[in-house]
Design a protein around this ligand. Structure first.
Ligand code: PEP
Ligand code: MG
Length: 772
C-alpha cells in the first residue's frame, strides 16, 4: 500500500480531476490520460476534426485501487512466472475478478455520470460512445501498450458507460498485457489506465491511414477504406480499397479497388456492431471519392507535422465530413540501408523451422475460429495450433507461426504441403506478436524477425522455385516417394517427379470435413461420407497414376477428433498417443473401417489399381489378420491389392517375422511414432523435444533389423516418418538396403540427390574392391 502511495506522488497531475474533457488535455498529460487520450486532446487543440468526449483519468483508477484497499492484493497476485501459461492465465483471471468484484467508488461513478450527461446535452440527445482503454507507464511516457487493453463500442446510457469503464480497468490485467509488461520490465505498479469516452461516429465509410509507407518509409500516404464502421478494416475482416497519395503534391498515385463482401454497421435494435453483406452495387465500387482521399491525406500530413513523426490514423466519414478517431506513431517503418537494401531485422521470436522459405507480411492473431476471416492474402497467420478448419486461411497466408507443436504437428505437415513457410513451437507467438505488426518468417532457421525483409526479387525467385518441377532427376534404384496429407497438395507433390506416394494420410481429409464420421453414420449419410473419401483419395491417385499410392487407414487420436462437430463423445484419455488410435481403433469401430473399405472398393472398381492399403500402429499380427478378414468381408480382393503395415511400435519391429508369416506386401517405418515409443519421448511435448532423436542407435537398430528380415523374405521396406526427409537419414537407410523412401514435398529433391550419391558410392566401393 505504502508503495502505491509513493507512486501516486510521482505523477505530476496538474489537477486532481477524476474526469477531464478531451479539449482540456495536452500531450504532456500522458500520465493522466494515457497516450490515446493525450493524442486526441492534442488533435482537438490543433483544430483537427475529432469527435468530442472526455477521459476518466489514470488518477481515477488509482483512486479506485487505493480507496478500496485492493492494490496490495492485486499486485501480490501478479507475481507469477509469466512463462508458465497456466499460472499466468490463473493470475490474470484472478486479477480481473478482483477488479470487477470491487465496486467503483461513488465519487468516480458520479463524475462519469455528470460528464456523460453534459456530453449528451452538448450533442443534443443520449449519444453512443466508445470507451477506449488508454494505458500509460508513469516513468516512460512513450511506452506503447496498443491493442492490449479493451475498447467497448456502441455504449449508450450512463449505467452501461460506468460498467464499460470498469471493464476497461479490468482489461489492464489480461494475460497478454501482464506478459508484455513483465517482458518489457514495466512494473505493474507503475502502469496506469485511463479510459477515453468519445462520441461514436456512425460512419458510412471508414478505415486507416498511414502518413508514410508503413514498411518502406516512402513519402506517400496510404489510405485503406471500407464501407461502414472502421472495425472491419482495423481487425482485417475485409479487404479494403487502398489508395496511395504522393505527399509532395497530393496527387493520387495509385488506387486499388477491392471487392468488399462484408461491412460492419451499428444494429439499431441490439446497439451492437453487426456484420452484413455489402449491397451488390457497392461491392466493387470505389469507397472514397477522389476529393475526400486528397482531403484525408492533407489532414494526415497536418497530424504528422504536429507530432513530428509519421502517424497511423483511424478515420471515419459521415455525410461527407471527415473525423479523425485516433492517431499513433507508426512503429513498423524499417530504415533503409545506404545502398538501398532493407535493414536486417531483429529476431523477436524463435521456434522450429517446420516448413522452409522466407515470407513477410502482417501478423493476424487467430484465437478462435470466428477470427479466421481476418486472415487475408499475404498475411502471417499466428495461432496456438492450427486445426483442419484453418486450412483455407492457411492457404491465404504468406507464412504460419504457432505457439505449440513439433515437426509433425498439423501446422508443420500442412504448411510443408502448401509450400508455406512455417515456424512452430514458439511457445509465445500469440502473446509476443501484435495484430497488424509486420514481420518476416524464416521457415528454415525457425526465426521470426521484425519488419519486412523480403526483397521482391527474392520473392519472385522463390515462387519460381516453388512451382517449377526439377528439369531432370537422377535415376535411383531406391525409389524416392512423397508424403501427402491434403489432396489439394497433389499437384505440388506430383511436380516433384516422385516415384509414388509412400503415405497418404486420410485423417486430414476427414478432419477437414469438420463433421465427425459418427454423425454421418448415425444420420444415415454414410454414402456421403464414402463419397468424400473417394473424392480425396482419387485426387491423389489420379495425379500419380500409374505410380503407386499407399493410402493409410484411419489413424485418429481422440483429442484431435474431439474438436470436430459431433466429436464431443470422444473419450478423454490420459495419454491419447498411447490410446485409441490407429488400427486398434478401426478394429473396434468396425462400422468406420467398413466405410473406408467401401471407399477403396469403389476406387478399385473405377480402375485405380495403383492404390495400396497401409495399416497404422499395428502391434500384433492378430490385428493384421483381423483387418484382412474385414477387408475380405467388404469385398476387397486381397490377391490384387498390396497390403502393408506401418512399423511404428517397437513390438512390431521386434516380431517382424510373425507379420511376414501372416502375409504383408510392404512395411513402412513411421519413425515419428517409432522414435517416441522407443525413447519414451512424447513427440508433441516441447519440454522433452531435446531428447527426441530419430537417429538414436536403438531406433536405427530396430529399423536395420526389420530391413534385413524383410529383404530376406522379399517384402518391400519404406519410411514415411519425418526422418525420411532428412538426407543424412536417407543415406543410412540406403546403406541398410531399404526399398523406398517417402519424403515431404519440399525434401524430395534433396533426398533424391543423397540417395543417388549414396548408391553411386556403394557401387564405386564395390567396384574398387573388385579391382583390388
Ligand atoms: C509416423 O509415425 O512416422 C507417421 C508417418 O505417422 P503419423 O505422423 O501420422 O503418426
Ligand atoms: Mg504414426
Amino acid at each position: 500500500m505504502a508503495k502505491t502511495k509513493a507512486i501516486m506522488r510521482e505523477v505530476t497531475m496538474p489537477s486532481k480531476k477524476l474526469v477531464v474533457w478531451l479539449e482540456e488535455v495536452r500531450n504532456t498529460d500522458i500520465p493522466i490520460v494515457g497516450g490515446k487520450g493525450a493524442s486526441l486532446g492534442e488533435m482537438i487543440s490543433a483544430e483537427l476534426p475529432v469527435p468530442r468526449g472526455f477521459v476518466v483519468t489514470a488518477q481515477a483508477f488509482r483512486e479506485f485501487l487505493e480507496s478500496t484497499g485492493i492494490a496490495e492484493k492485486l499486485f501480490e497476485g501478479l507475481k507469477v512466472d509469466v512463462d508458465d501459461a497456466k499460472a499466468l492465465d490463473r493470475a490474470a483471471s484472478e486479477a480481473k475478478k478482483l477488479i470487477l468484484d470491487t465496486p467503483m467508488p461513488e465519487s468516480i461513478e458520479k463524475a462519469i455520470r455528470e460528464y456523460y450527461a453534459a456530453l449528451c446535452k452538448r450533442e443534443g440527445g443520449e449519444v453512443y460512445v466508445a470507451a477506449r482503454s488508454s494505458a500509460t507507464a508513469e516513468d516512460l511516457p512513450e511506452a506503447s501498450f496498443a491493442g492490449q487493453q479493451e475498447t467497448f463500442l456502441n455504449v449508450r446510457g450512463a449505467d452501461d458507460l460506468v460498467k464499460a469503464v470498469h471493464d476497461c480497468w479490468a482489461s489492464l490485467y489480461g494475460a497478454r498485457a501482464i506478459y508484455y509488461r513483465v517482458k518489457q520490465s514495466f512494473p505493474h505498479e507503475h502502469v496506469n489506465i485511463a479510459v477515453v469516452v468519445q462520441v461514436m461516429v456512425d460512419a458510412e465509410e471508414a478505415g486507416v491511414m498511414f502518413t508514410s509507407h508503413p514498411t518502406t518509409g516512402e513519402d506517400v500516404t496510404i489510405i485503406e477504406a471500407a464501407w461502414g464502421l472502421g472495425e472491419s478494416v482495423v481487425s482485417g475482416a475485409v479487404s479494403p480499397d487502398t489508395y496511395m497519395v504522393n505527399n509532395k503534391d497530393f496527387s493520387i498515385a495509385q488506387k486499388k479497388i477491392a471487392t468488399k463482401q462484408t461491412m460492419i454497421i451499428r444494429d439499431k435494435k441490439t446497439r451492437k456492431s453487426k456484420k452484413i453483406e455489402v449491397p451488390e452495387e457497392k461491392k466493387n465500387a470505389q469507397v472514397l471519392p477522389d476529393d475526400i482521399i486528397v482531403r484525408l491525406a492533407k489532414l494526415g500530413q497536418i497530424v504528422a507535422e504536429h507530432y513530428g513523426k509519421p502517424q497511423d490514423i483511424e478515420w471515419a466519414v459521415k455525410d461527407g465530413e471527415i473525423y479523425l478517431l485516433q492517431s499513433r506513431p507508426i512503429t513498423t517503418i524499417q530504415k533503409r540501408e545506404a545502398k538501398g537494401g532493407l535493414a536486417a531485422g531483429e529476431v523477436i521470436l524463435e521456434g522450429l523451422g517446420a516448413s522452409p522459405g522466407v515470407a513477410s507480411g502482417k501478423v493476424k492473431i487467430v484465437q478462435s475460429m470466428g477470427e479466421l476471416d481476418k486472415v487475408l492474402d499475404g498475411d502471417i497467420l499466428v495461432t496456438k495450433m492450427t486445426t483442419p478448419d484453418m486450412v483455407p486461411a492457411m492457404k491465404r497466408s504468406a507464412a504460419i507461426i504457432t505457439d505449440e507443436g513439433g515437426m509433425t504437428c498439423h501446422a508443420a505437415i500442412v504448411s510443408r504441403e502448401l509450400g508455406t513457410p512455417a515456424v512452430v513451437g514458439t511457445m509465445d507467438a500469440t502473446r509476443v506478436l501484435q495484430d497488424g505488426q509486420v514481420v518476416t518468417v524464416d521457415g528454415e532457421k525457425g526465426h521470426v524477425l521484425l519488419g519486412s525483409l523480403k526483397k521482391p526479387e527474392e520473392k519472385a525467385r522463390e515462387e519460381a522455385k516453388a512451382t517449377v518441377a526439377p528439369a531432370t532427376k537422377p535415376i535411383t534404384a531406391t525409389e524416392v516417394k512423397v508424403n501427402v496429407s491434403i489432396p489439394e497438395a497433389a499437384e505440388r507433390a506430383k511436380a516433384t517427379l516422385a516415384d509414388g506416394v509412400g503415405l497418404l494420410r486420410i485423417e486430414h481429409m476427414i478432419l477437414g470435413l469438420n463433421t465427425h464420421p459418427k454423425v454421418y453414420i448415425e444420420s444415415g449419410r454414410s454414402d456421403e461420407y464414402v463419397a468424400e473419401l473417394v473424392k480425396g483419395i482419387r485426387t491423389v491417385a489420379d495425379a500419380f497414376y500409374p505410380k503407386p499410392v499407399w493410402v493409410r487407414t484411419l489413424d485418429a487420436p481422440t483429442d484431435e477428433f474431439r474438436a470436430m462437430k459431433g466429436g464431443e463423445g470422444e473419450p478423454y484419455e490420459h495419454n491419447p498417443m498411447l490410446g485409441m488410435r490407429g488400427i486398434r481403433r478401426d478394429l473396434r469401430e468396425t462400422e468406420h473401417f467398413k466405410l473406408e473399405m467401401a471407399a477403396f472398393k469403389k476406387l478399385f472398381e473405377m480402375g485405380y489399381d495403383n492404390i495400396g492399403i497401409m495399416l497404422p500402429l499395428v502391434q500384433h499380427p492378430r490385428e493384421l489378420r483381423r483387418a484382412k478378414e474385414l477387408m475380405a468381408e467388404c469385398g476387397i480382393d486381397l490377391e490384387k491389392v498390396d497390403v502393408g503395415i506401418m512399423v511404428e511400435i517397437p513390438a512390431s519391429a521386434i516380431i517382424i517375422d510373425e507379420f511376414i508369416k501372416e502375409g504383408i506386401d510392404f512395411v513402412s517405418f513411421g519413425t515419428n511414432d517409432l522414435t517416441q515409443y522407443t525413447l519414451a519421448v512424447d513427440r508433441n511435448n516441447e519440454l522433452v523435444a531435446d531428447l527426441y532423436d530419430e537417429m538414436h542407435p536403438a531406433v536405427l537398430k530396430l529399423i536395420e533389423y526389420v530391413i534385413e528380415r524383410c529383404s530376406k523374405a522379399g517384402v518391400k521396406t519404406s519410411i514415411c516418418g519425418q526422418a525420411g526427409s532428412r538426407p543424412e537419414v536417407a543415406r543410412r537407410l540406403v546403406a541398410m538396403g531399404i526399398t523406398s523412401i517417402s519424403a515431404n514435398i519440399d525434401a524430395v529433391e534433396a533426398v533424391r540427390e543423397m540417395v543417388a550419391r549414396t548408391e553411386h558410392e556403394i557401387i564405386l566401393e564395390a567396384a574398387r574392391k573388385k579391382v583390388v
